[in-house]
Design a protein around this ligand. Structure first.
Ligand SMILES: Cc1ncc(COP(=O)(O)O)c(C=O)c1O
Length: 413
């Protein structure tokens, strides 16, 4: 604990603030696995949050691409509160309607009546479901007992469980956790020939993010997903798309793969799905979903009625044609402002990347310091990869607020 200075001290230290006291307690009691910013947030509304000292921030990271409709959106709050008063949790031993309503929406967007949804609680769990689905589909449905390996991409990110961290082709996340589970091989992002070389009798599936989020906001090259689809069809592999960061309308389509005109076999969702309440999903075609019959996979909390009710309310507002179009327009604004900044600061700003409301500005050096200075200037953003500052704003953020964010970013460079 912080010691108060005695009244007799010659130069009494400033009394610790509320934030100091809470951070001090956190440092004593929380596992020190995060690099947390020294801010305690207590309240949020739309794209704005307030800290324990009453300071207001423009939040353009929105819980890392999660609060799609902004903080405490009234429709989502109402849906969750109504469900809280009715029923919280009964497990998947029983049916609850919000989960079915959500499944209806997700499967319709994924592909008409021929689709299935499985609910879990996070992005990593949704990807675990993809991995288990792919192995079991090959083993039990396609009759390929030898196929278990999944090809993933350097710079990608799929979660922190042992399987998903192994799917994450970034050595920094692996260090110290060896031996890693078998069954993952890595290709450079966008390198079709390298992927072809990795395909063998043991290959079960290809797993890819349409835009690598944690890896620095790096979109897959145009046409790459279509080439992977063709390769999967040629070799009897499943194409799995990780939409955890890109899904629920963020890029201007309900799912980001839809820009590429392809149909994956299965996708994972989380983050924006519940607008901040924890919920994840795996959505797949019916034919592939038959690989996970009763007893093969499950979750106690998955599709919890409160999170599912919040997710239904979120989906209904986040994926309207107007909202999707607005996300595209606001993404174009971010690109225009980012590129104007690049022209004013040649060399300092290296590149602007992304799609819709997932946007990254790569700087030449000191990206973590830029993020810290943004915070001191009243703007919340975060680091993606080593050199990229990520913006993943709520869809309700106005163009004026986005422009204000870019001004604060420029001041912080
Ligand atoms: C693309 C992608 N997949 C999976 C995950 C893991 O999600 P979670 O942290 O909810 O387990 C993340 C998290 O950042 C992600 O960006």
């Amino acid at each position: 604990m912080i010691e108060a200075k005695s009244a007799s001290d010659a130069s009494p230290a400033k009394a610790p603030s509320k934030t100091d006291r809470i951070v001090d307690r956190a440092k004593h009691h929380l596992l020190q696995n995060y690099k947390q910013q020294p801010v305690v947030l207590v309240k949020g509304s739309g794209p704005w949050v307030w800290d324990a000292e009453g300071t207001k921030y423009l939040d353009l990271i929105a819980g890392i691409a999660t609060c799609a409709l902004g903080h405490c959106h009234p429709a989502v709050v109402e849906a969750a509160k109504k469900q809280l008063d009715a029923l919280w949790h009964v497990s998947n031993v029983f049916y609850t309607e919000p989960q079915i309503q959500l499944a209806e929406r997700l499967t319709a967007a994924f592909g008409g009546t021929d689709a299935r949804a499985f609910f879990c609680n996070s992005g990593a769990e949704a990807n675990e479901a993809l991995i288990k689905l792919a192995r079991r589909w090959q083993h039990e449905i396609a009759g390929n007992k030898e196929r278990f390996e999944i090809i993933t991409f350097e710079g990608g990110f799929h979660g922190r469980t042992l399987a998903t961290v192994t799917a994450t082709a970034q050595p920094k996340y692996h260090a110290g956790f060896e031996p890693l589970p078998k069954g993952f091989v890595y290709a450079p992002m966008g390198d079709l020939e390298a992927v072809k070389r990795l395909v063998g009798p043991q290959t079960a599936a290809i797993l890819i993010e349409p835009i690598q989020g944690e890896g620095g906001v790096r979109p897959a090259p145009a046409g790459f997903l279509a080439s992977l689809r063709a390769l999967c069809d040629q070799h009897g592999l499943l194409l799995l798309i990780d939409e955890v960061q890109t899904g629920i309308g963020r890029t201007g389509t309900p799912f980001a793969y839809q820009h590429d005109g392809i149909k994956p076999d299965a996708i994972s969702l989380a983050k924006s799905l519940g607008n901040g309440l924890p919920i994840g999903a795996m959505v797949c075609s019916d034919a592939v979903g038959k690989a996970l019959p009763s007893g093969t996979h499950g979750s106690t909390f998955g599709g919890n009625p409160v999170a599912a009710a919040a997710a239904v309310a979120t989906w209904d507002l986040a994926t309207t044609p107007q909202m999707l179009a607005s996300n595209v327009e606001k993404g174009a604004l971010l690109h225009r402002l980012g590129n104007e900044l690049k022209a004013r600061k040649p060399g300092r700003v290296v590149e602007c990347r992304g799609r819709g409301l997932l946007f990254g500005i790569e700087v030449d050096t000191g990206a973590a310091d830029v993020v810290a200075r943004c915070r001191q200037n009243g703007l919340l953003v975060n680091l993606a990869g080593e050199k990229t500052v990520r913006f993943a704003p709520a869809y309700v953020t106005t163009s004026h607020e986005l422009a204000e964010g870019l001004t604060l970013f420029e001041r912080s460079l």
